[in-house]
Write a protein that binds this ligand. Structure first.
Ligand SMILES: [Zn+2]
Length: 358
């Protein structure tokens, strides 16, 4: 393997031409486009202006705390070896749920995800079957067989060469621990995906680490899980739209609406009396997504913070307007309600892009 202090860099990895489009596989990827935009803006200096929101500052702070050599190595791993993609595709190719202890920061959090997912499955009448939960973590690197499968699937790298790539990254994680297993940039993400019979929700270490820095480590990841599960409700009811910022925004705001419905329903995660907690849930969603400007023209656009907040609050209103608040509205009916009020109540009051600085 050469000198462990300065191993030679390997050839850049290029995705296979026949790889299913990332947009198709990870269209519900919550933060990837945004984080990537932030990183590129940072790496390329002042190429373009992008006003960072909460996550943007988090990314900026992390990157500016790197030493010259760490930054150089991070750029190489991120851009040339597409390391964050290794983990995304691992979530996608893995056929099993992770173990509770695989989730950040501990098994307790993992167990919370599993029991909450069972609860969500009971709550919603329509959703994908057999949803597996995947701990999106740089520790997946230690799963050799899965990593080799990923490198082959994504980049067409045969296993005998794949081993060299995996070893290289492991060495770098040893040499530069700050950009290693605990570095949030690798997995600042969460997504729901469906492919063949495989239905997955991936929860990134980096996402939970971000929530820790803003004091929302309890409600933040919880809200993200409701939102990801809502995508699986959409998959089962064919209710998602993709392909343009406007379509993506509608899909994401619908997922927020469904997540908000679950969060505030009597049989959901919160009793209707617990207003403080539902406020927290709203704050969590805001914190996670308040850099929407940077992804404004992205096919993965999620809506502005105000629109997202309104999607959640509107769901709460729907519950409050019911005479029997213990009734759970079937998913399809709820989605029809959303479609009815979408333009007027959720989008228009925040006319695009009035709240964005030029
Ligand atoms: Zn989403």
């Amino acid at each position: 393997m050469g000198n462990p202090i300065t191993p030679n860099r390997l050839e850049k990895l290029v995705p296979k031409a026949d790889l299913p489009a990332k947009e198709d596989l990870f269209s519900n990827n919550e933060l990837y486009n945004m984080v990537d935009t932030q990183i590129q803006a940072y790496i390329n200096g002042d190429d373009y202006h992008c006003e960072p929101g909460g996550i943007g500052y988090f990314v900026g702070d992390l990157l500016s705390s790197l030493s010259y050599w760490e930054r150089d190595e991070f750029n190489y791993l991120y851009n040339d070896l597409s390391l964050s993609h290794w983990f995304m595709y691992a979530a996608f190719l893995s056929t099993e749920s992770s173990l509770p202890e695989d989730f950040y920061p501990n098994a307790e959090q993992g167990n919370e995800y599993f029991s909450r997912t069972e609860d969500l499955e009971d709550f919603w009448d329509d959703h994908s079957d057999n949803i597996s939960l995947f701990a999106l973590s740089p520790r997946i690197l230690r799963n050799g067989p899965l990593m080799l499968q990923v490198l082959d699937f994504v980049f067409g790298v045969p296993p005998e060469q794949g081993v060299i790539y995996v070893d290289y990254v492991l060495q770098m994680f040893d040499i530069y621990p700050f950009i290693g297993y605990m570095f949030p940039m690798w997995t600042l993400n969460a997504f729901a995906s469906t492919w063949g019979a495989q239905n997955t929700i991936a929860m990134g270490d980096g996402m939970t680490q971000f929530f820790e820095t803003v004091g929302l480590e309890t409600v933040g990841p919880e809200y993200v899980l409701y939102h990801e599960f809502a995508h699986h409700v959409q998959f089962a009811t064919n209710a998602g739209y993709r392909g343009s910022p406007e379509r993506s925004r509608r899909t994401e705001l619908m997922a927020d609406f469904l997540a908000g419905y679950y969060a505030t329903h009597y049989f959901g995660s919160l009793s209707v009396e617990e207003t403080d907690r539902s406020e927290n849930i709203i704050m969590a969603s805001m914190a996670a997504y308040n850099a929407g400007e940077c992804a404004f023209h992205s096919p993965g656009h999620h809506g502005t913070p105000n629109q997202r907040k309104r999607a959640i609050l509107t769901a709460k209103e729907v519950i409050e307007s019911e005479s029997d608040r213990t009734e759970i509205i079937p998913a399809r009916e709820l989605i029809a309600k959303f479609d009815e009020i979408y333009e007027k109540k959720i989008v228009v009051p925040d006319a695009v892009p009035a709240d964005v600085d030029p």
